[in-house]
Write a protein that binds this ligand. Structure first.
Ligand code: FMN
Length: 216
């Protein structure tokens, strides 16, 4: 089968974007609640979302710019530090998508969309009520990339997880069978997780390795 070649130095930013969002799939969606300096809450989804380190637990969001300015999320997190990342699961897609609309800074997106909140424990940004998994995070570092198109890689540390009790498996795992996470594909496409299978890793995974236990 023939392959088509795309060289970065021969394609524009849109084609780079299309190839990235088509190649790196499915992507989890971080649904991020943050607060501006006046205490106005903000909500937005980000699928350029990943784990930077498991211990300390560091997570990254790659946030683009809007009209050459920081988006509200990266601006808020770097200013007020505390934020909450929610895992997007089945049933929340429409509200998640609505929160990606371009609201004016200072507008309360939770009120506009009709999403109930509850206080977080350790940070000032609100938690979405009834979201099955929420991570309270604190800002660590922001790294800027790009010239014409800038991205801010926001690195944060997870301080606390809230995991709905019925999702806990063997007292320590999150059950992927009942979590029903939503994945982002290219363009307007999303996917559900409904065909889970297992493959044993050919090494001892960190969750069973106990590197801090001298007896191991
Ligand atoms: C599913 C989904 C994933 C998205 N992922 C990203 C992303 O990774 N980075 C980004 O800059 N924008 C992303 N967006 C667009 C932002 O959510 C959108 O620009 C939003 O208005 C930003 O809000 P803010 O200005 O309140 O931070 C995504 C939108 C959707 C619907």
């Amino acid at each position: 089968m023939a392959y088509q070649i795309f060289n970065t130095d021969e394609i524009d930013h849109q084609q780079c974007y299309r190839l990235l969002i088509g190649s790196i799939v499915p992507r989890p969606i971080a649904w991020v609640s943050s607060l501006d300096a006046d205490g106005v809450p903000n909500l937005a989804p980000f699928s350029f979302f990943s784990i930077a380190s498991h211990y300390p637990p560091l997570v990254t969001l790659a946030v683009g710019e809007r009209e050459k300015h920081l988006k509200d999320t990266s601006s808020n997190i770097s200013t007020t530090k505390g934020y909450v990342i929610h895992t997007v699961t089945d049933g929340w897609e429409q509200q998640m998508n609505a929160s990606a609309a371009n609201y004016e800074a200072g507008q309360n997106e939770f009120d506009e969309i009709g999403i109930d909140t509850m206080p977080a424990d350790l940070v000032d940004a609100p938690r979405i009520k009834d979201c099955p998994v929420a991570m309270e995070c604190t800002f660590e570092q922001m790294i800027e990339f790009g010239d014409e198109w800038k991205t801010h890689l926001v690195i944060g540390r997870v301080l606390r997880w809230h995991v709905r009790e019925d999702l806990i498996l063997d007292d320590k795992y999150i059950n992927p069978q009942t979590l029903n996470p939503v994945g982002r594909l290219g363009g307007p496409r999303y996917c559900r997780v409904n065909d889970i299978y297992e493959i044993k890793a050919p090494y001892i995974q960190p969750d069973v390795a106990h590197p801090n236990d001298p007896a191991e």
